[in-house]
Ligand binder design. Structure first.
Ligand SMILES: Cc1cc2nc3c(=O)[nH]c(=O)nc-3n(C[C@H](O)[C@H](O)[C@H](O)COP(=O)(O)OP(=O)(O)OC[C@H]3O[C@@H](n4cnc5c(N)ncnc54)[C@H](O)[C@@H]3O)c2cc1C
Length: 608
């Protein structure tokens, strides 16, 4: 299984990063397939030897609040030590911080491997990495020196502390207060309450640093009055000793899935003795946070993809070994066959592959835009701006498609197991539960949808959409060229072209609704539009993969294992175009004919 998984990673990576017209020269900071193999193997080692062995136990014995401290699985502390010592937390940091300047696309692959092994375990270091990046990008060198060494070493946990009881989706309403103690030093007293903070406290580390949003006294209401602070659980006193910073854990939430990581309620400044350090300039907190959010959203998409991939592999193994039933045409008295022989079971396996590999491909493609963006930043005639726009447009899809479809995909994995899938003898029920958080955190699906339709689609007067169209048209042209030896590719390219036209027609029809009936009616069914747009984007990814696979089969001399890999890709792409892409027709019909049903139904009609 590990070998199978490994070769898949590298081949997937090569397949997905080969063709991009923006890509010139080296965006992988010197990494080659050979060095990638080494990095992935080392990550796989951690996944197999450290994370996966505690996958089940972390779920069955979730974190508990005990005398004010959150107790987590005993394996968390040594895991974080290893992640720190071996440089995984600092991987994307520059040399100055003992980092490797790891490109985003490689980091996505690494996170994919960790989250496939054990999603809950992977989250701890991922959160610290995100918080440390925020400090590194916007914090003063003094703040960086104070916090980064212990965070990157895995001694201290980092968190993102945004949500409050009355401010979830609507962060502009948050009420946590910061009052100045010494403005020159950026020192503030913090008071307020946060909820749902992942890894907000636990005994697997010596300290926790919250990257927290709060409102400085007297600041404007709404999003423009929000600032970013670093608020540690323990702070240094004048003698350089670590002392409590008046941060109390009010509760540990008991969750459906993703139970190995604690989600906490926190109170700050109960005794008026909680100090926070301003990060960057005052009142720019939300914009700082949002700059990191794109990456966090891609990571959510990758987490969902990873969980669904693990479920797929479990169900595949089961379908090969479980014998049940016979073909309807089998002679009387013949032996039962492995269930993988039944077409309906194969359909469920194909669905899982279509979702997981389509999602993986999209996120790696986005990672490539991130890397070009980083490499080209500052150069005059760079592609950076175009990549930035594409990334903005695709992020709601890369977050939502794997999250929403991952629920269906892990559900299909359970279905492959029959009754056993519903019981905890096999891991798929846990994967199904672990998956469910993804459409909720880092911006719910409804919010991603409104972001796509209301903002991203019309960015730069529609130039962003034009850029994506150009990307898709390039893929269609290449498919048509390669299709001389594989006519199915030409049919798929034509189908994608029709889908793209359909998306544009629907977007124009919705634009008309906006003009005639206003923004509420325009955005009412944004989630349906995101679904339609998402399926089309994943179809583009499948066309790209099918083209590369077909080319590799006809022009290269792949070994037997690689041949099966490429043939598999072609079969799954055909499945996607036959079973998934046609769904956009009914979505378009609903969007164009909904007559704003959801806005028009009176509240009172939602009767008990
Ligand atoms: C397991 C877990 C881990 C989390 N980790 C963190 C963390 O580490 N840090 C952190 O800060 N937060 C974290 N969160 C919080 C998470 O980001 C929020 O739960 C999420 O943003 C939604 O906020 P809410 O729960 O208040 O729901 P609400 O905002 O009340 O939303 C409820 C429903 O209403 C919809 N809705 C709300 N407003 C609108 C609108 N304007 N238009 C259309 N629909 C709308 C939403 O889409 C949703 O379906 C976590 C949550 C969970 C469950």
């Amino acid at each position: 299984m590990a070998d199978r998984f490994m070769s898949m990673q590298n081949l997937n990576f090569t397949l997905n990063s080969r063709d991009c017209r923006f890509r010139e020269g080296d965006i992988l900071n010197g990494h080659t397939p050979k060095t990638l193999d080494m990095v992935f193997k080392a990550a796989l080692d951690i996944g197999q030897k450290i994370m996966h062995p505690m996958f089940e136990e972390m779920d069955r014995k979730p974190p508990e609040l005990d005398k004010g401290t959150v107790k987590v699985h005993a394996g968390v502390r040594p895991m974080l030590k290893t992640m720190g010592q071996d440089g995984w937390i600092a991987a994307t940091f520059p040399e100055q911080w003992d980092g490797e300047d790891m490109p985003a696309s490689i980091l996505h692959c690494i996170n994919f491997i960790f989250a496939t092994a054990n999603y809950s375990a992977a989250v701890y270091a991922g959160l610290t990495m995100g918080a440390a990046k925020l400090l590194h990008t916007f914090g003063s060198s003094e703040l960086q020196k104070r916090f980064l060494p212990d965070m990157l070493a895995g001694n201290w946990q980092g968190t993102m502390a945004l949500t409050e009881p009355e401010a979830g989706t609507s962060l502009g309403d948050l009420a946590t207060q910061a009052s100045p103690v010494d403005e020159e030093k950026g020192l503030y007293k913090i008071s307020g309450e946060k909820i749902f903070i992942s890894a907000g406290d636990h005994d697997g580390v010596d300290n926790v640093v919250h990257l927290m949003l709060a409102r400085i006294e007297g600041a404007k209401p709404g999003v423009k009055g929000i600032s970013l602070f670093a608020v540690p659980k323990l702070r240094y006193d004048d003698d350089n000793n670590l002392v409590p910073n008046d941060v109390t854990v009010t509760q540990v939430f008991h969750k459906l899935g993703y139970r190995g990581a604690p989600i906490t309620g926190l109170r700050f400044g109960e005794k008026n003795d909680c100090l926070g350090y301003l990060v960057g300039e005052p009142h720019r907190g939300l914009s700082y946070m949002f700059q990191m959010m794109n990456n966090a959203r891609l990571e959510v998409g990758m987490g969902a993809t990873a969980i669904a991939t693990a479920a797929y592999h479990s169900s595949l193994d089961y379908c090969r070994s479980r014998r049940q039933g016979r073909s309807v045409t089998a002679p009387k008295g013949s032996d039962p066959v492995p269930i993988i022989r039944h077409p309906d079971v194969r359909r469920m396996l194909l669905l899982q592959r279509a979702v997981t590999e389509g999602s993986l491909s999209l996120i790696l493609h986005c990672g490539m835009y991130e890397d070009i963006l980083t490499k080209d930043a500052g150069s005059k005639d760079s592609n950076a701006k175009d990549c930035h726009l594409l990334l903005e447009l695709l992020t709601p899809v890369a977050k939502t498609y794997p999250s929403e479809m991952g629920i269906l995909s892990t559900s299909a994995a359970i279905q492959c197991f029959g009754g056993y899938g519903y019981c905890d003898d096999f891991p798929v029920e846990q994967h199904f539960r672990d998956m469910r958080i993804h459409p909720i955190h880092e911006g719910t699906t409804g919010i991603q949808a409104m972001d796509l339709l209301g903002r991203k689609l019309v960015m730069e007067n529609g130039r962003t959409l034009e850029l994506l169209k150009q990307e898709m048209e390039d893929a269609m042209t290449r498919a048509t060229q390669v299709g001389e030896t594989d006519p199915e590719l030409i049919r798929m390219a034509d189908q994608l072209s029709e889908a793209l036209t359909q998306v544009e027609t629907t977007a124009m029809a919705l634009g008309q609704v906006a003009m005639e009936k206003g923004p509420d009616a325009f955005l009412a069914d944004a989630t349906l539009f995101l679904e339609m747009f998402g399926i089309t984007v994943i179809a583009w990814q499948w066309l790209t993969m099918a083209t590369s696979a077909s080319e590799a089969l006809s022009t290269g001399k792949p070994k037997k294992k690689e041949t099966l890999f490429f043939q598999g890709k072609i079969h799954v792409s055909r499945y996607f175009y036959a079973y998934e892409l046609p769904k956009i027709i009914s979505l378009a019909a609903s969007l164009e004919k909904s007559n704003q049903m959801t806005t028009d139904i009176p509240d009172a009609c939602f009767t008990d």
